[in-house]
Design a protein around this ligand. Sequence first.
Ligand SMILES: NC(=O)c1ccc[n+]([C@@H]2O[C@H](COP(=O)([O-])OP(=O)(O)OC[C@H]3O[C@@H](n4cnc5c(N)ncnc54)[C@H](OP(=O)(O)O)[C@@H]3O)[C@@H](O)[C@H]2O)c1
Length: 320
Amino acid sequence: MRTVTVGVLGSGTVGQDVLNLIERRQRVFADIGVEIVIAGVLVRDVTKPRAIPAGIRVTDTCDFLQECNVVIECMGGVDRPLDLLRSYLRSGRPLITANKAMLAERWNELREYALGGKLYYEASVMAGTPVIGPMSTVLRASTFTRLQAVLNGTCLYILTQMEAGKDYAQALAEAQALGYAEDPPTLDVGGFDTAHKLTVMARFCADGDFAYDDVQVQGIDRVTPQDIQDAHAAGQRIKLVASLERDGDGWAARVAPQRLPNDHPLCTAGDNRNALVYEAEESGTLIFAGGGAGGMVTASAMVGDLLDYLLGFPGHVPLH
Ligand SMILES: NC(=O)c1ccc[n+]([C@@H]2O[C@H](COP(=O)([O-])OP(=O)(O)OC[C@H]3O[C@@H](n4cnc5c(N)ncnc54)[C@H](OP(=O)(O)O)[C@@H]3O)[C@@H](O)[C@H]2O)c1
C-alpha cells in the first residue's frame, strides 16, 4: 500500500465535505493500492466546530505543505491561496482546486502548471457536473463553435423568485438569508462569478490564453419585475447567460441577462440546476445540466480529481 499525504486549504462548505468524502471512499483508495493521510487542514479560526472525521489536524498555519504529495484548495480568494501555494507549485506537485476566481484572474502565473498537467479543476465550473473533463479530453477533436450557459445558483434563485412575484431586493435578501448569496453579493449578482467560470471554459474551447478582462459582464441587478413579466407574456424567461462564440478572427465572451424561450434547454434544466449548451461542428450540440453548487456536489468533483491524479491521469490541460 502506498501512502499519499494530502493537505487541505479551507474547511468550510466544500472543504468539510472533501474530508468526509475522502473518508467515505477509503475502500476505493485501498482498491488502487493507496492509503490517504491528511497532513493538515488550514482554516482561519481553529475554535470553530467542524463536521469532519475525527483525528484530523486543523490548524491556522500551513507548515504541513512541505510534507504533502497533493494539495486540495477550497479556501477561496485570489491572491491569498496563490501566495500560500507559490513555492509548493514551483516544486512540481499537483494542486486540486475549485477556485474559479483564482484560475480566471491569475492565469499568467498558473498557466505553466496547467500546461504541465499539475492543475486539476473540474469543480471550478458547475461544481460536480463534469464539463471541464470532457472539454479537456474527448471534445478536443471537434471544432468548437459556440456555448451558452447558466452558471450561478444565486442568480438562478433570484430570477426564479422574481417570476413568483417578488422584487429584486426581496429575492436577494431571501437568497442571502438562505446562505446562497455571497456577502457582499456582488460577485454573484454582478455576473463576475459567471465570468470567472466562462473564462475557465474559454481556455479549452477558444484560446488557451483567454483573459478574464475580455469577458463583457452585466449582472442581474437592473432586471425589473416588469422585464420578468414582459418575458413571461412572450413565452420567455430571463436567465443570466454566459456565452462564447466566434467574432471575426477572435471570440466574443459575454455575461448578461437574456430572454430565452421557455423550452430552451437552459430554461428546462430545472430551477436549481446549472446548464450548458455546447456546440461544435463534429460532436454536434451537447447539453450538460446538474447541480452547480453545494458542499458534497463540489467535493464529488474534487475527490474525483484526486482519484484521476492517483490513477496517473494528468490535470486539465488548456489549449496550447
Ligand atoms: N460552496 C460551493 O457550493 C462551491 C461550489 C464550487 C466552487 N466553490 C469554490 O470553493 C472554494 C471554497 O468555497 P466554500 O463555499 O467552501 O467557502 P467557505 O465556506 O467560506 O470556506 C472557506 C474556508 O477557507 C478558510 N479560509 C478562508 N480564508 C482563509 C485564510 N485567509 N486563511 C486560512 N483559512 C482561510 C475558512 O476558514 P474558517 O472556517 O476558519 O473561516 C473556511 O474554512 C471557493 O473558491 C469557491 O468559489 C464553492
